[in-house]
Unconditional design. Structure first.
Lengths: 119, 565, 229
């Protein structure tokens, strides 16, 4: 990593550009439920988060161009994703004891309570 | 014929300094020998200190196990009650797993031997290495402190399953905190080794020229790094649940205890691969040296280490077959568990193929390696048995499982650890132990081990449950045979350590390469190794196991580390 | 280790010289080591997100309602604060690399102030929730209360994750203060700034975690009744 021959102006501009991008995406985060994909807010929000994360990792964390660490990062993320897929994607949806279970059966799942007002 | 006194021995007369005479310290330049050991950053000394502490704890856990065997000699209570028995197997498990076998081979042999094998002067972060050792000591002290509290040591089993661990009055929090601290030590060791292997290999040593022990340590380091945080956070979540009632494991608030099991085993299954991969690495070093041949299938062994590390992350559910997982999930895990046995099988075939048409030398390290091939095969195959869902319904939490993992962990990891200790003993100490007595201790342990554990397969098949304090009289014969095995095995264990102590104190000087092996740790200028390891870092343009007609091909001039063959 | 380190040279059989990488003065090694440490943080928070997603799948409607009751304004302000603090930290590293040590220290101070502001706002949020009867071991979170399972679990994980995240922010503030001390002592400089680099990376990952925590907790209930999934 060449640390003494950096183009200060160019790097600084890059930082600010990414900042604008992140601020814009944050704004989109707020207006998304009222603007688009309202039926699948979760997916929209997570997608925006992933784009923000990619910007941060590539530019703020200087990972653009670093192949080795990038590969290691992808490996780590794949492992997390696999846990999610197996547990949330396979175990939970195919759970066959839902009727007898105390925590998933609808009748015994605790009384619905009014949520506290927004403050 | 066994110990070849080569020309290197004459170097001894120069009275060169070894790593016992001088060291680098983390803080300042202390004069006293004691403080030099307390503050040393030298990977060789740190490895020795790990060994000293770990084996002390090992013997505490062996004593606890012997206590349990004694109690179980006959049905009914002999001299301890059921609650104490629960604490005993928890203590045994916590010490053996968190204090002994997880640090295990990486902490001792990984620290001492791996940097020497790649031609490095130390690990990438020596001060972190020092800090990590003391973190380990802190974790150990926290774990054992709970023995002396009023509430007593945890009685949950080393797996701390919710909801019992949340409700029990015994001192679970000490052990949870201790396990977290020890987990951090494991993570930092893995991190240190990963950077070391990526950055500090000698020039010319590509990944495909590394010795297979280094491959084993590398694969292990990935598991240490990525799997341990999951148990770390699980322990924190368990503490949050027990003391702050966040609800995630408490059915009264909608929490799911099976989620705890998922999270716990997401670490603890990869953890067993973390234990066996360095051990397999040791096997891959010993077999070529004592067959006087190049290893068969270097690439397949290296890649199988990597794939075991990778696939091992995916099989944790086989510990949850009887806990209420969805059937679909069970099938997936069963398939993946069968699949992960394949790379291990590949290794075994490669090792046997290496021995074919080799000139086998049955020194003690080789005896241990060969014994392990037998015991780990049994351990591994019985694991495949219980990977079958239908069979596991019957055998889960019986003595069959207990025998399986002891054959795999004790008969696999620990046996190979012992093999490695015998193999690298001359490297670490500069002395050689008594070969005849070394062999006797092996046979005692091998016979005792099988007497101790094999009857348990049968007992488990007939229904003897694990972690049970009492049992029906029909099982008594198995417990009695096991007890005899335990006595023989422990005798052999103590015998082996006596052999080590006597070897260190009274043994003959071994020279720098008593086994006439090829890898770089045997090409140091003096024995025991000097502080700065190799006199000069060599350029590596050779394979790690080059033999020609039983003799090493590569020869060095030890002043300049240039090849002279 | 400010002693001058001179790397060894290894010569191969053809006479070519190769520089040996030692453990001292290994900038890339320092960077690699810290990235590996950050992957452990990814695994830790990843496991917590998995717990959250697990209960979300079991109680989708209750999660949406609980999320709707969080204060999106304060959460949003915190998001922007952390975003700007990531910029200031990055600028401080840039200035250090270019030689502007004074400017670098100024930017680190700015980051510290923003971090403290984040914690203060989080404190207000938690206090408001406490006053509404929602806090650990308090009011609606007790087992005997009538609040639905899904909401109890949502809030249980909310306090855990924002708490652990806040703990990481406190550690970050500590690290930044230590960094300032090291700069003043001359141990961190434009020539030797791996520590600064790694602490900036640390701050970025603290921000990165919030980038996922915020939408998952605060925004999934934002769309009104349906919220969507």
């Amino acid at each position: 990593m060449d640390t003494n021959t950096i183009d200060y102006k160019k790097e600084r501009v890059a930082y600010y550009k990414v900042l604008i991008g992140l601020l814009l995406l944050t704004a989109v985060t707020f207006i998304q439920p009222h603007l688009f994909m309202a039926e699948s807010t979760f997916l929209a929000q997570m997608t925006i988060a992933v784009v923000k994360a990619w910007l941060i990792i590539m530019y703020y964390m200087h990972l653009k161009g670093d192949k080795l660490i990038g590969m290691m990062g992808i490996f780590s993320l794949v492992i997390v994703a696999t846990f999610m897929v197996i547990v949330i994607g396979f175990d939970v949806p195919n759970f066959q004891y839902g009727a007898e279970s105390h925590i998933t059966g609808p009748a015994s799942a605790g009384v619905e309570h009014a949520t506290p007002a927004k403050h | 014929m066994l110990i070849t006194h080569i020309i290197h021995n004459t170097r001894r007369r120069k009275m060169s300094k070894s790593y016992f005479d001088e060291t680098h310290c983390a803080i300042g330049h202390p004069k006293s020998t004691f403080m030099q050991w307390m503050l040393t950053v030298d990977h060789k000394r740190i490895g020795l200190m790990y060994a000293a502490v770990m084996f002390t704890f090992f013997f505490v856990a062996v004593a606890t196990a012997f206590l349990m065997r004694l109690e179980l000699f006959a049905p009914g209570a002999q001299f301890i009650d059921g609650d104490t028995f629960n604490q005993a197997f928890t203590l045994h498990g916590v010490i053996m797993i968190f204090l002994f076998i997880v640090p295990g081979v990486p902490a001792v042999l990984g620290n001492i031997v791996m940097p020497l094998m790649i031609g490095a002067k130390d690990v990438s972060f020596p001060r972190l290495n020092w800090f990590t050792f003391w973190l380990y000591i802190l974790g150990a002290l926290v774990a054992l402190a709970s023995l002396f509290t009023d509430a007593g040591f945890a009685d949950t089993g080393w797996t701390f399953y919710a909801p019992y661990s949340l409700n029990t009055g015994t001192n679970v929090i000490f052990t949870l905190v201790a396990a977290f601290i020890l987990g951090m030590a494991s993570i930092l060791t893995g991190l240190n080794f990963l950077v070391t292997i990526h950055r500090l290999r000698a020039p010319g040593m590509t990944f495909w020229k590394m010795p297979l022990f280094v491959w084993g340590i590398y694969a292990t380091a990935w598991i240490q790094l990525l799997a341990t945080p999951v148990v770390g956070i699980t322990l924190i979540l368990a503490i949050m649940e027990k003391y702050f009632g966040i609800g995630i494991f408490d059915p009264a608030k909608g929490g799911d205890p099976v989620l705890f099991e998922h999270l716990f085993w997401i670490y603890s299954h990869p953890a067993v691969y973390l234990m066996i991969l360095p051990a397999f690495g040791i096997m891959s070093e010993i077999i070529p040296t004592f067959s006087r041949r190049e290893i068969f299938g270097y690439r397949s062994i290296a890649l199988s280490s990597a794939s075991i590390a990778g696939i091992g992350y995916l099989v944790w559910g086989h510990h949850l077959y009887t806990s209420g997982m969805a059937d679909t999930a069970k099938v997936i895990f069963s398939f993946l568990t069968f699949f992960v046995a394949i790379p291990t099988g590949i290794k075994f075939y490669d090792w046997v193929a290496t021995m074919y048409k080799g000139k086998i030398i049955l020194s003690t390290p080789m005896l241990w390696a060969l014994g392990t091939i037998i015991t780990f095969t049994i351990g591994g195959l019985t694991g495949v048995t219980i990977a079958m869902i239908g069979v596991d319904i019957h055998l889960q939490d019986t003595y069959y499982t207990v025998a399986h993992f002891h054959y795999a962990m004790l008969g696999g990891v620990v046996f190979l650890f012992f093999a490695g200790l015998h193999y690298w003993f001359p490297l670490m100490t500069g002395k050689m132990y008594n070969e005849k007595h070394g062999k006797i201790s092996f046979y005692l342990q091998f016979v005792g081990f099988n007497l101790l554990w094999f009857p348990m397969f049968i007992a488990g098949y007939y229904g003897m449950p694990r972690r049970y304090f009492d049992y029906l009289p029909e099982f008594q014969i198995y417990h009695q045979v096991s007890f005899v095995g335990a006595v023989v095995f422990i005798t052999g264990l103590i015998y082996m350590f006596v052999v080590f102590f006597r070897g260190w104190r009274y043994g003959e000087a071994s020279g720098t390469n008593p086994w006439n092996a090829t890898t770089l740790e045997w090409h140091l200028p003096s024995s025991p190794p000097p502080l700065e390891n190799h006199s000069k870092v060599p350029y590596v343009d050779f394979e790690p196991y080059e033999y020609h007609h039983g003799q090493p091909v590569v020869k060095f001039d030890y002043e300049t580390m240039k090849r002279i063959d | 280790m400010s002693h001058e380190y001179i790397p060894e040279i290894a010569t191969d059989r053809d006479g070519n010289k190769h520089e040996v990488q030692g453990w001292q003065d290994d900038f890339y090694g320092g960077k690699l080591g810290f990235w590996l440490f950050m992957f452990t943080e990814v695994l830790m928070f990843g496991a917590m997100f998995m717990v959250l997603a697990y209960y979300n799948t079991l109680h989708p409607q209750e999660f949406i309602e609980a999320s709707a009751s969080l204060n999106r304004l304060l959460g949003g302000i915190n998001t922007v604060i952390l975003l700007v603090s990531a910029l200031t930290m990055g600028l401080s590293l840039l200035k250090m690399r270019v030689g502007d040590v004074k400017g670098a220290k100024l930017m680190i101070w700015a980051t510290i102030l923003l971090a403290i502001a984040f914690l203060v706002i989080k404190g207000f949020e938690w206090r408001a929730e406490y006053n509404h009867g929602i806090f650990l071991l308090h009011g609606e979170m007790l087992p005997e209360s009538g609040m639905a399972f899904g909401k109890k679990l949502f809030f249980g994980m909310y306090f855990t994750m924002t708490g652990i995240h806040g703990f990481h922010i406190i550690i970050g503030i500590g690290l930044m203060i230590w960094l300032l001390k090291r700069i003043n002592a001359g141990k961190v400089s434009p020539e030797h700034h791996i520590l600064h680099w790694n602490i900036a990376l640390y701050w970025d990952i603290v921000h990165l975690i919030w980038v996922f925590v915020f939408p998952y907790y605060y925004m999934i209930g934002a769309g009104g009744v349906t919220g969507g999934h």
